[in-house]
Design a protein around this ligand. Structure first.
Ligand SMILES: NC(=O)c1ccc[n+]([C@@H]2O[C@H](COP(=O)([O-])OP(=O)(O)OC[C@H]3O[C@@H](n4cnc5c(N)ncnc54)[C@H](O)[C@@H]3O)[C@@H](O)[C@H]2O)c1
Ligand SMILES: O=C(O)C[C@H](O)C(=O)O
Length: 324
């Protein structure tokens, strides 16, 4: 069996961390791209030289993109992960990155369209649901081939905080977060449990509210601590889980930003946008979307997050108008 080819565009904190995780797990050969001269080559070589200790045979190579010739190396990618773009600093929201990052998506997306039109695309650049929408418009790829990072990371945070509060293994905590990857994401309390026991019977309402709040602002908590950028270790492994499920066709069910149309659009009251919902991830990308029930209160939270994603998609539409 030939090795998978995984391309990572953006060799910054998230991209380089992911590249190393991919190599350590030997999920395929890793191709790293960035606009800053020498950075992708240097980081790829550095990761490659650790191989004897880790024991992996994955090839890790890097390419500087100005002049666009480098992008030819995207050809044959099974997966392309987009981590190129600005990260926020204290005082900023993810939405503040929209203007600059959508410009970067135009450059990146055009090259994916040209060289890797059949790849499954994982969009990480923020705001991720909105950048997934932009990448779909720019590449024209089938929406099922595109997913955005959000829930995989937010759920990992939610599970971590529940496990720490109860002093139990994270392995036994099941929980997920849906909606946009922004401050109005929806940590789903009713579907969260420890070894099948609902968290509502283990934790007080006050404790759960505090965990939900911390999860919603989990990205901002790290930004405030780091000061110079945003999280990358937990994002790296959250993307790794998605890529692993694609290249190994594992069919994992993970909440991610996926495109809603047809019966799912009707169920979720949101059509033609990417937003976090539980999906089955396999070789084909988004292989199934699960429609989950809402109580009245949950539906209100859901509608709020849908509205903010929709507003941002309109900004992308105006930006891309006349450019495609
Ligand atoms: N969706 C999520 O859950 C999630 C999680 C973490 C980070 N992010 C986002 O991922 C992005 C990257 O974060 P980071 O911490 O790695 O930032 P970073 O600044 O460390 O790295 C970004 C890299 O992108 C490169 N870049 C910029 N324009 C490019 C272009 N046109 N082509 C190729 N490369 C280009 C930069 O040179 C830089 O190396 C940010 O937008 C951040 O907000 C999203
Ligand atoms: O918070 C950010 O800006 C980065 C990322 O979306 C995160 O949740 O860590």
């Amino acid at each position: 069996m030939s090795r998978s080819k995984i391309s990572v565009i953006g060799a910054g904190n998230v991209g380089a961390t992911l590249a190393q995780f991919l190599a350590i797990r030997e999920l395929g050969d890793v191709y790293l791209f960035d606009v800053v001269q020498g950075v992708p080559e240097g980081k790829a070589l550095d990761i490659q030289e650790g191989a004897p200790h880790w024991g992996y045979d994955s090839n890790v190579v890097g390419f500087t993109t100005p002049g666009q010739e480098a992008y030819k190396n995207l050809e044959g990618s099974d997966v392309v992960v987009v981590t190129a773009g600005l990260a926020r600093k204290p005082g900023m929201s993810r939405d503040d990155l929209l203007g600059k990052n959508v410009e970067i998506m135009l450059d990146v997306g055009r090259n994916i369209k040209k060289y890797a039109p059949d790849a499954v695309i994982v969009v990480v650049s923020n705001p991720a649901d909105i950048m997934a929408y932009a990448i779909q418009k720019i590449t024209g790829a089938r929406p099922e081939r595109i997913m955005g990072l959000g829930g995989s990371l937010d759920s990992a945070r939610f599970r971590t905080f529940i496990a720490k509060e109860l002093n139990v293994s994270v392995e036994d905590v099941n929980a997920f977060v849906i909606g946009g990857h922004g401050d109005d994401m929806v940590p789903f309390i009713r579907y969260s449990s420890v070894a099948g026991i609902p968290i509502t019977s283990l934790l007080s309402k006050e404790k759960i509210d505090a965990i939900v709040k911390r999860t919603r602002f989990g990205g901002g908590e790290i930004v405030d601590l780091l000061k110079t950028g945003s999280a990358y270790y937990a994002p790296g492994v959250s993307i790794l889980a998605m890529v692993e499920s694609i290249v190994q066709d594992k069919k994992r069910v993970i909440p991610c930003a996926a495109y809603l149309s047809g019966k799912h659009a009707e169920h979720y009251g949101a059509s033609g946008i990417f937003i976090g919902v539980p999906i089955k991830i396999g070789k084909e990308g988004v292989e199934e979307i699960y429609d989950i029930d809402f109580t009245q209160e949950e539906r209100e939270l859901w509608n709020k997050t849908v509205q903010s994603v929709k507003n941002n998609c309109q900004k992308v539409d105006s930006f891309l108008s006349g450019k495609l």
